[in-house]
Write a protein that binds this ligand. Sequence first.
Ligand code: HH2
Length: 271
Amino acid sequence: MPACIMGIVNVTPDSFSDGGEFLDPDRAIAHGRELAAEGADLLDIGGESTRPGAGGVTAEEELARVRPVVDVLAHDDGPPISIDTSKLAVAEAALGAGAAMVNDVTALRAEPELAALCAERDCELVLMHMLGDPRSMQENPVYEDVVDDIKAFLAERIQFALSKGVSEERIWVDPGIGFGKTVEHNLELHRRLPELAELGRPIAFGSSRKSFIGKLTGAEVDQRLGGTIASNVIAYANGARMLRVHDVGPMREALTVADAIINPRTHESAS
Ligand code: HH2
């Protein structure tokens, strides 16, 4: 398995690329099933947008959005479910309903008690870097050295998770593409991803349809598949082991070809 593909299911009215499309639970469930059929290894279900400028939602609202979707997809005989949340109450309910992973874009800073829950449930945990919060993160982000700073942040967050009892082998790290980064910061993170692998944990990567792609190509948010594929193939070649994308089928094809080039021995039988 070269890298796993995490399919995005946004049960939100305002996500940056597909807000409102899957707010209705039946549509979100159908979408999750489509992504599973296209080859998703995981489904990441989220009920709160983290797009630049987004305001927060209450735990009750977030739970009302995601709960019916997790309830069905977790019992579908499909891929494992990840819950994209920073809230203890939402994670607890989703894990109770069968989710296997918590994807926290605040890396346990919003609700630090989430760490103990992950430790107790022994679930997978993604720790992502974000500079500031969604309201302010794109206002002139500044780093001393973007990769060194993010690496130090993630190292500290790994230590925090470990101190709360999370098993090291459950932890994934994510540079947080687009979360408080300029176009140049995002590009540098692609190039220098191997430096983050030095943390000793697998890298999750989420660049799908993000605005740096639009800034480079001029493409609107629903026309960024080519840029998304390029970004993820480079990230894979540079060590990413989980690719979080909206368009699972095309990403699966691209990853199959990229893997055949990079790891020729595993693909000899295809010739
Ligand atoms: N990006 C988004 C949300 N969650 N999780 C991880 N681990 N890495 C990411 O890069 C990441 C993430 C933003 O994308 P999306 O869910 O499509 O948009 P929104 O936050 O507007 O719902």
